[in-house]
Write a protein that binds this ligand. Structure first.
Ligand code: SF4
Length: 224
């Protein structure tokens, strides 16, 4: 993707377009970058297994088959956090992840060989942190996207109250856990999307639903 200030790669036009479309997914080879602190976890987010995800190479929407850990976007955009908006340089060029090193916008052959292979997962990074990993695993089970998909389809077909409550219970748990771990566990807010993925209050829209909130009272609605 983007080159550093002093290096020249003739074919790359430094337009920043690749980096504007979103940061890379992390592979096993990238593990030391996070372990050594070259890239901090607070700049990452996790697409959890079963979560709908846009497939950049093949195109179209698919379901993540495992964790996909990626660099966060800036604000509400997909623009990579480390893309310098003024000069279009990569701010972590010497420590850029594998996908950034491999991607050539004029020839996708190399990226296609590694894409979605040997992906790094949260388990690879934090399973040895007792307590924290238990929380992450518990959240993963209680907020399972496969189950959410089944419940969402049922609700859309039937408007069944019991199903609505099951979905809302999942979303409430996800939301409360995030508040609790910051307030009582002193976890930095920026770590939440790496540890627990994107808030389900937001991702529920990918299942054709949204949550109407009235204080603590949640209602599930179907997107028109
Ligand atoms: S890490 Fe650097 S090269 Fe990779 S997408 Fe972000 S700005 Fe671009």
């Amino acid at each position: 993707m983007q080159r550093g200030k002093h290096q020249r790669i003739e074919e790359c036009q430094q337009c920043g377009t690749c980096c504007e479309k979103g940061g890379p997914a992390f592979h096993q080879e990238d593990k030391p970058l996070i372990e050594k602190g070259s890239i901090l976890s607070k700049y990452l987010f996790t697409i959890r297994a079963g979560e709908p995800v846009y497939e950049n190479i093949a195109g179209g929407l698919t379901r993540a088959s495992s964790d996909i850990i990626k660099i966060k976007g800036k604000g509400d955009t997909w623009r990579c956090w480390f893309l310098n908006e003024k000069n279009k340089n990569c701010e972590i060029y010497d420590n850029r992840p594998l996908e950034c090193r491999v991607l050539k916008c004029w020839d996708t052959k190399d990226i296609e060989t590694i894409y979605l292979r040997d992906l790094l997962t949260r388990k690879d990074l934090i399973s040895k942190i007792a307590g924290l990993w238990d929380l992450v695993e518990d959240h993963q089970q209680r907020c399972d996207y496969g189950l959410l998909e089944t419940l969402s389809s049922t609700f859309k077909d039937s408007h069944d109250k019991a199903t609505e409550e099951k979905v809302l219970e999942m979303i409430r748990y996800d939301a409360h856990l995030r508040i609790l771990i910051v307030k009582k566990g002193n976890m930095a807010q920026g770590m939440l999307e790496f540890l627990f993925g994107r808030p389900m209050l937001k991702t529920i829209v990918m299942f054709g639903l949204f949550v109407q909130q009235d204080g603590d009272h949640y209602r599930l609605r179907i997107k028109s």
